[in-house]
Design a protein around this ligand. Sequence first.
Ligand code: NQM
Length: 351
Amino acid sequence: MLMRGGTSKGAYFLAGDLPADPAARDALLLRVMGSPDERQIDGLGGAHPLTSKVAVVSPSADPRADVDYLFLQVAVDKPEVSDRQNCGNILAGIGPFAVERGLVPAGEERTSVRIRMVNSGDHATATFPTPGGRVDYTGDAEIPGVPGTAAPVVIEFPAGAGRLLPTGNVRDEIDGVPVTCVDNGMPTVLIAASSLKVTGYESPKDLEEDVALADRLREIRLAAGRLMGLGDVADTTVPKLTLLTPPRAGGAVTTRTFIPVRCHTSIGVLGAASVAAGLRIEGGVGAELAQLPAEGDRVRIEHPTGFLDLESSLGTGSDGLPSARRTAVVRTARKIFDGTVFPRSTETAPI
Ligand code: NQM
């Protein structure tokens, strides 16, 4: 099934419909998406990391979950499929997909699906309308970055299993640049845009064309990856890098996020969850430029095409450092197409 999840788009599969062997599965998915090819002309991919995504869904053996969701990022221009990151936007389609495929029975009015996110081991609960026992994608929820309106998918994340501050510090310095490395579901490096001599209000296109900035970001990311315990991140899509600058549309902060080379046209959900938590960390690079709402109020993260609102609260972990408690967000999803994909143009048998 081809679905839009939040501000991303991807192919959703039942695990049982794909090869069990990861190498065979990944080879097949490259063919399905049309990678490697910068236009992905021979497949379903949309020629951008945000539209070259795959969800693999199966019933869960975890008593706290109904379904398992494995996210796979299919590279556009390289023959690579990665399970090293999670995706909170594609997550928005998982509950509806699970109901469509009969993995979870629909409620009469709405349905809550408990999801184990296999990539991180974290959990989420997605709630969406199912009047009369069928998923209803229509509604009046609007999310910036997607035209029109659709039914709200409310996603709640309980406190994650990992450390909010993976380096153990509220602030580190890399090549003279202060950073705060935070992980509230997505490993993210927070950097004040001003410390890289940009305003942080530039368009994604202008930022992507800044070669000197790209060099700087690459060096910072490699060093941050090591500090965060992620090892050599040269070939991985995490950590992400988020440039922060003061808000200018009533939000808490303005962001430009690199995922990690292309600049996001909006912001990832878990990326935004990490930013929202990071802003509240006293002494972190975000706290001094953010305009935070009162504790308990929604945090509005501004991004290139609008904003993303989150509920986010922090506590203190057993190590005395800040830890995330709960995060909640509203997304929408759309079933675009359900059918047969032919992995090779010469093949007649569907997968
Ligand atoms: O952070 C893009 C997206 C994402 C990931 C990326 C996401 C998230 O917008 O949870 O949603 O950061 O690669 O789909």
